[in-house]
Design a protein around this ligand. Structure first.
Ligand SMILES: [Zn+2]
Length: 85
């Protein structure tokens, strides 16, 4: 689960597409409060993620972390990565 796929709706053409982020990078951007650039796959329009979009991304990261923990537990590896933000 190293890549997180964020569903987005383009501000310009209103089409749905997906932006992918490396998980560590997305965590860093969300945690640091940096501006996050989203890009439409259809017309290359870019925009900064709104607070609503950031909330959604945070949720995706948390879900991804939960899935990762379960997968590791099943594999018999205990996760010491308890990064919280
Ligand atoms: Zn677009």
């Amino acid at each position: 689960m190293e890549t997180i796929f964020v569903p987005v709706i383009c501000n310009s053409c209103k089409r749905h597409s997906v932006v992918s982020f490396a998980r560590v990078e997305l965590k860093r951007l969300l945690g640091g409060g940096d501006s996050i650039e989203l890009r439409c796959a259809y017309d290359d329009h870019t925009w900064a993620a709104s607070s609503r979009e950031r909330d959604r991304m945070l949720k995706l990261v948390r879900e991804n972390d939960a899935v990762e923990r379960i997968a590791r537990r099943r594999a018999g590896i205990f996760n010491q990565d308890t990064v919280a933000f």
